[in-house]
Structures are given as structure tokens and as C-alpha cells.
Design a protein around this ligand. Structure first.
Ligand code: ATR
Length: 288
């Protein structure tokens, strides 16, 4: 029941129509018995600052931020969490004294999703595909979580080099090795965790994949695709065919939402609730 005490959270971005976040937060609110509703707010270009100020004035408890405002929103905040500031992208605003504090729960969500699958980053040798916004954030997460080494493979060399230099500077060691995607045969021997952070294979281009060669996939013990549409990407199938484990990005989406919800409401969501919500999200996507 919406009443005089109902708190509001929402999503700002453009477009926002296809988001799964209302399902996540409204389900959590109902299951936790919190008097809270979550709605999408399409914000037009040039209106971001007004939107954030207006939300604060209206006592909005928290916000998610999506494309294209994850960087721009940082200038509208009173404080930014350290990892989010390094990455230069904020997806969650938490109400504090005088304004909002920004976090990046996409990355803490990915970390928690990996933990829930029993995948470690610390001490690992990792292959990271891509050097765009998403992959760059993953490279920072790998730095923060003390990966042994990250082989950063990208189609465009200078972008990989730029991200590697940036992350290596931030963590004070040569942990990220930039490589051309087409040079994947030069990867050292061994078994790797591979994170697929390019946009290749995203629906409706379900059959696309950055590397076809089965010899590459035999190097992978676990493949994590950040994509969740399609639910099973071609990358995941190739990893499995070569004998590895594979997961998609739906748990990352789930946990980025859960962590935002926890920050807003100062609660801890149990794994059992996360499991319930995950099944609901799958049904929402038409996966049984
Ligand atoms: P996002 O925010 O999803 O990371 P992005 O910043 O546009 O999106 O980055 C897209 C990533 O997918 C990049 O690493 C891009 O490679 P380039 O830096 O060479 O552009 C990668 N990518 C997109 N299409 C690709 C393709 N056809 N082959 C290989 N890599 C591709």
C-alpha cells in the first residue's frame, strides 16, 4: 500500500524503458516488508543536475543511474566512493547529509556474483576481453581485488594500452598486460578465468563471438560473460564445449541491485532472497 510514509527510489537514464531494476527493487521491498517504491525516470540531455537536485529536494531515498549519465553524474554528488571515483562511473546514489554519495555497485555486484559462483579474483591469472567502459571497470575491480595478472585483449590496441597504463598506475604494479585480440595465440600456457567484457554477442547478434578458435577456449577454466541477453551466449557455449564452466551476467545485474538496495535501506539481503529474485528475473526474461 502506498501511503503517507512511502519512500521513493528510482532510476535515471535515457532510455529507461527496458530496465529490470523496478522488478528487483519492488520485489525486494515487498519481500522485506519495506514501504518503498521504485520507478524509472527518463532524464533528457542537459537536465541531469536538475534531476539530481530535484530528487534530493523531494526526499528521494536513492537512485540508480544508467546510460548515458554514469560519469556525468559524479559532478552532481557531495561524495564518491573510492572505487567508483577511480573507475569514473557511478550507478548508485545514496542519500546523505546535504546530497547524494555515489557508488559503483556494477563492480561490487560483479564481485559478489563471482563469489556466489565460487570464482576468485585474488591471485588469479585473468583474460579480460574488451577495453570499453564495462571492461575498463572490470580491470579496476581486478586491481582492487588483487588479481595476479590481467591479459587485456582488445580489437583496438591503443585503447587496451590506455586502460592498462591507467590501472597499473592506480595499483602501482604492472598487473595489466595489454594485447591485441588477434594476438590471442601469444597468451602464455595455463588455465585462466576469462571475463567477456565486449559488446559482441549481445542480442540480437546472438551468434557473434570475439574469438572462434577452440584452442583459445581450452585455456579457460571459467568463462564469465557480462552479457545476459541471450541467456547463453556463444562465448559461454564455446567455453563449455572446451570443458570449462561458464556463466552469464544476470547475477551481476541481480547483485548490483541487491547492493544498491542494501545501501539505501541499511539491511543485508540473505542469499535465499537473492535466489528467489534470480528465479523471478529469469521468468521475467522468459527463461524457465
Ligand atoms: P561498453 O560500455 O559496453 O563497454 P563500449 O565502451 O562501446 O561499450 O566498448 C565496447 C567494447 O566491445 C570495446 O572493447 C570494443 O572494441 P574496440 O575498443 O576495438 O572498439 C568491443 N567491440 C565491439 N565490437 C567489436 C567487434 N566487432 N570485434 C571486437 N571487439 C568489438
Amino acid at each position: 500500500m502506498i501511503d503517507g510514509r512511502t519512500r521513493l527510489c528510482g532510476l535515471i537514464g535515457n532510455p529507461v524503458e527496458h530496465t529490470m531494476s523496478p522488478v528487483i527493487h519492488n520485489t525486494l521491498a515487498a519481500r522485506c516488508g519495506h514501504n518503498l517504491v521504485y520507478v524509472p525516470f527518463p532524464v533528457e540531455s542537459g537536465k541531469l543536475e536538475e534531476a539530481v537536485k530535484g530528487a534530493y529536494a523531494l526526499n528521494v531515498l536513492g537512485m540508480n543511474v544508467t546510460v548515458p549519465y554514469k560519469s556525468e553524474v559524479i559532478d552532481c554528488l557531495v561524495e564518491t566512493d573510492e572505487l567508483a571515483a577511480q573507475i569514473g562511473a557511478v550507478n548508485t546514489l545514496v542519500r546523505t547529509q546535504g546530497g547524494y554519495k555515489g557508488y559503483n555497485t556494477d563492480m561490487s555486484g560483479l564481485h559478489r556474483a563471482m563469489k556466489s559462483e565460487g570464482i576468485r579474483i585474488e591471485g588469479e591469472e585473468i583474460i579480460l576481453l574488451g577495453a570499453g567502459g564495462a571492461a575498463r571497470a572490470v580491470a579496476y575491480l581486478c586491481g582492487a581485488q588483487k588479481a595476479e595478472r590481467v591479459y587485456l585483449l582488445n580489437r583496438t590496441a591503443d585503447k587496451a594500452e590506455r586502460v592498462a597504463a591507467e590501472v597499473n598506475r592506480a595499483y602501482g604494479r604492472e598487473m595489466v598486460v595489454p594485447m591485441l585480440l588477434s594476438d590471442y595465440r601469444k597468451l602464455p600456457d595455463g588455465k585462466f578465468l576469462a571475463i567477456q567484457g565486449t559488446s559482441v554477442g549481445l542480442s540480437p547478434h546472438d551468434e557473434d563471438v570475439v574469438i572462434e578458435d577452440s584452442a583459445f577456449y581450452r585455456k579457460i577454466h571459467t568463462g564469465f560473460d557480462l552479457i545476459y541477453k541471450p541467456f547463453t551466449t556463444r562465448f559461454m557455449r564455446l567455453v563449455r564445449e572446451a570443458g570449462g564452466e561458464a556463466c552469464n551476467g544476470l547475477k551481476m545485474l541481480l547483485y548490483q541491485g541487491i547492493i544498491a538496495y542494501e545501501l539505501w535501506n541499511q539491511v543485508e539481503i540473505a542469499e535465499e532472497e537473492a535466489g528467489f529474485l534470480y528465479e523471478k528475473m529469469k521468468r521475467e526474461m522468459g527463461i524457465s
